[in-house]
Design a protein around this ligand. Sequence first.
Ligand code: DGL
Length: 277
Amino acid sequence: MNGQEEWHNSPIGVFDSGVGGLTVAREIMRQLPNERIVYFGDTARVPYGNKSKETVTRYSGQIVRFLETQQVKAIVVACNTASAYALEDLEKESDIPMIGVVKPGARAALATTANKKIGVVGTEATISSGIYSRYIEEHDADVSVVGKACPLFVPLVEEGLWEDPVTDEIARRYLTELIDSGIDTLILGCTHYPMLRSTVGKIMGEGVTLVNPAYETARELKALLSERGLESEHRPGLGTELYRFFVSDAADKFQRFANSILPYGILSAKVIRIDEY
Ligand code: DGL
């Protein structure tokens, strides 16, 4: 482990059920360019969005234990489903500061809504956990929240159909009831959905502001690191690996997706046995 002096130069651990959390890693790269990142994508066990709380919590615990071996100074639970189901338990088990994507997204939506009607789209697990509604309604009892699970969005994004007539049609079916409910703010409560931003924005219309939890999470991570004196002082020099990627399966496929959305090409992703942690 690093000495206390260098601890702030340690990497940030970011994890997700697969490739989706790269939308969060991308925001961290943009907003915190000095920070090193160790990313883990659970590509062997994705999706999490249709699994039980117990399973998602067990998987997430293994990932946190793996990230601990990488001497990370903070952990970002980039997956909405894992943030909804597992974050509370993970925080009890580890001393490493952690941040999920749900609260930052919910706080931004609260700050955005004028008519106090917020919509949230996410996986079946995230929506049925009720976590966004609970958090928002606890902070402002006058706000109402309408949730809608959009399970087909994840495979559409992974197939690269970000702007496509098929995606338009499916999005229209999912989103009609949110339009009818009169929301003025919509949380994109799943890692993959920022990739559908323009499709969703077009269907919801100009009167609805889209909130991207990935962006908000990177902002809050910055504040957390600064409060705790954990900000890296300077960008690591040439020859130091700034970003490292680990997956539980199919590294090539992961690399291809990563290279289609990240600002830097990734050289490799290493496969590890996550069930051994
Ligand atoms: N990463 C998940 C989320 O944000 C979406 C993919 C999955 O279901 O695992 O909820």
